[in-house]
Unconditional design. Structure first.
Length: 593
């Protein structure tokens, strides 16, 4: 089967229900969710351990909601931070002139209420190297097995099995993993995707970049004006080559400088000596600093045309590759895992058909395409800021400082430059306050969604900025605060946890009477939730009534990933038949009505 090894029959074999190639955020989240559903799962990583540098750090509302479902949200907040999420600040250097700022990720007065209404969770700065150990512990505590220093060399599949050839670098031995399904979470150079013949659209290596991770006490430049990123616009350079963006890892001593470099001059631009000189130049003063790591990467713009091939599934960077603009990487990876895990668990247990697995691709592939486009657009959009000022490539330093002088002047020309600059900063809200783009995904073409003919209503020009909560099938259930036994509880906390939920209100007893028998006949857990006027669960604020888009006696079926799978706006004549019909489509199972 594997041509590149000898004596295959003598190699140790491990049989597992689900094998995960990769143990980053997507792989570990998937492993934890599957293990919590009692699936025998093994994840491997070619690296010696979890991430050794910050890498991704912005963790948005939807990702935090997944961690809330896993029961680790508070742990993520503890290792993360929100103080520096308040702003993005453009300057000539940290010690130099501040040119402008915008509030970011809903922390400004103009967007705070939008974010608070969208979710019980909040965006935080949780660097990958401190997040991943929490995910690893959660996966292991849930029953998953995780191995490091194990490289996936090859993947093959038969009609009823997937085989992966692994090389264990710790003991210099090969392993063959036999599994029912394999999840390729093995990054942008995915062996799983390559060997399984997944097709991609886009381009790799569009530009070259560096992350320089360093320690330096920059408190005096930042404490009174907290920000998560600080793009520096150096007079005499454009924003791509010669400048750089400071990313706060932890206030105010742990940092990453992200900058682009010319691959033809790589040695002179990316050495530790060159990075130190660049850091001090962009700070504007010499400071004591300690460079911890210098890592090179490329700007990619690529996504898979499909995310499923029979028994092979891809997710995360294996499926979509894009720059970090907007902080979409890890967040999309975690949401891929949340979408896939419950589906795969039901299929492995024999409680669902193969179409449910196909729905993962139907739902997440358009998201992958959208995230790649969004990240590239956001990255290009950053260029509007230096262009509005009048900075341009090849400009002398003297000419560029004259532009800054003009920006600060009281002349008519200065007024016009400042106007263009503010307009350019407003464009950055698309990236730094893009609530709709981060949290407003709609699965409109999916076999795991029972359409009622309605489409989500939103204004196309604002869909990336604003979230329009809806219970239209294929949308995430809206967040609303309810009262449960006298305490506030979010609608999101009443669903999820690996099970389906039938959601109704006053007069909806007919739906609830069907749940127990339906759950027993399907062999899956289905929760029943009823919002009443004066009972255990009430809507005293009226926020759920304002967002549910159904009558009191209507019904929602909410999937384990908190997406609405079915909606009836009012009571029907035969609720049992209606629910059975809906679950038959969702699960791809023949069910007698």
């Amino acid at each position: 089967m594997f041509e590149n090894i000898n004596n295959e029959k003598d190699i140790q074999r491990i049989e597992i229900q689900v094998f995960i190639a990769g143990a980053g955020p997507s792989g570990l989240t998937t492993a934890a969710l599957l293990a919590k559903s009692d699936i025998d799962v093994l994840a491997v990583s070619m690296h010696p351990g979890t991430a050794n540098s910050p890498r991704a750090h912005i963790t948005n509302l939807r990702a935090m909601e997944v961690f809330r479902d896993l029961g680790i949200e508070e742990k993520i907040y503890e290792i993360g931070s929100t103080i520096e999420m308040s702003n993005a600040i453009w300057c000539t250097s940290l010690a130099g002139k501040e040119l402008g700022r915008i509030s970011s990720w809903g922390k400004g007065d103009d967007r705070l209420s939008d974010y608070l209404k969208a979710s019980p969770s909040t965006t935080c700065n949780a660097p990958q190297h401190v997040m991943e150990p929490i995910l690893l512990d959660t996966a292991i505590e849930s029953g998953a097995r995780v191995l490091f220093n194990c490289e996936v060399l090859s993947v093959k599949q038969s009609q009823d099995k997937v085989f992966a050839l692994i090389f264990n670098h710790e003991n210099n031995e090969h392993l063959i993993i036999e599994s029912e399904y394999i999840v390729g979470a093995d990054g942008a150079r995915s062996v799983t995707a390559k060997d399984s013949g997944f097709d991609f659209e886009g381009e790799m290596g569009k530009a070259h970049a560096v992350n320089c991770w360093f320690d330096a006490d920059l408190t005096k430049y930042c404490e009174d004006r907290p920000a998560v990123i600080w793009p520096t616009l150096q007079p005499g350079n454009d924003d791509w080559i010669g400048g750089g963006t400071f990313v706060c890892v932890s206030p105010w001593k742990d940092w990453v400088l992200l900058f682009m470099y010319d691959p033809d001059n790589e040695e002179n631009e990316t050495s530790e000596k060159a990075c130190s000189a660049r850091i001090n130049k962009l700070i504007g003063e010499d400071v004591d600093l300690n460079i911890k790591a210098v890592s090179k990467w490329t700007i990619n713009s690529m996504y898979a045309k499909s995310l499923v091939k029979d028994r092979v599934i891809i997710m995360g960077d294996a499926a979509h590759r894009h720059p970090p603009a907007g902080g979409l990487g890890t967040n999309t990876c975690v949401q891929d895992a949340f979408n896939l895990a419950w589906k795969l668990a039901l299929i492995v247990k024999g409680k669902a058909g193969s179409k449910l697995l196909e729905s993962y691709s139907e739902e997440r592939q358009p998201v992958a395409k959208q995230m790649v486009s969004r990240a590239i657009t956001a990255m290009k959009g950053m260029q509007a800021v230096p262009q509005a000022l009048g900075f341009r490539p090849g400009q002398s330093e003297k000419e560029a400082w004259a532009v800054v002088d003009k920006f600060e002047s009281g002349s008519e020309e200065g007024k016009e430059v400042r106007k263009k600059f503010r307009e350019a900063l407003d464009l950055q809200n698309w990236q730094f306050n893009g609530l709709g783009g981060e949290a407003g995904h709609h699965y409109q073409k999916s076999s795991a969604v029972v359409s009622d003919g309605a489409k989500p209503v939103y204004h196309a020009e604002n869909e990336q900025l604003n979230l329009y909560p809806t219970t239209t099938p294929g949308s995430s259930i809206p967040h609303a605060w309810l009262q449960f036994e006298g305490k506030k509880v979010s609608t999101l906390d009443l669903v999820g946890k690996g099970v389906f939920t039938v959601f109704t209100g006053v007069g909806g007893e007919g739906w609830l009477e069907c749940v127990s028998k339906l759950s027993e006949s399907l062999g899956i857990e289905i929760n029943a939730v009823q919002v009443t006027v004066d009972g255990e669960l009430t809507d005293h604020y009226g926020t759920w009534a304002d967002s549910r888009e159904i009558e009191d006696d209507g019904c929602l079926i909410v999937r384990p990933d908190r997406f609405v799978a079915y909606r009836s706006k009012k009571m029907v004549l035969n609720p049992s038949k209606e629910l059975r019909k809906a679950f038959s489509q969702i699960l791809d199972l023949p069910i007698s009505f």
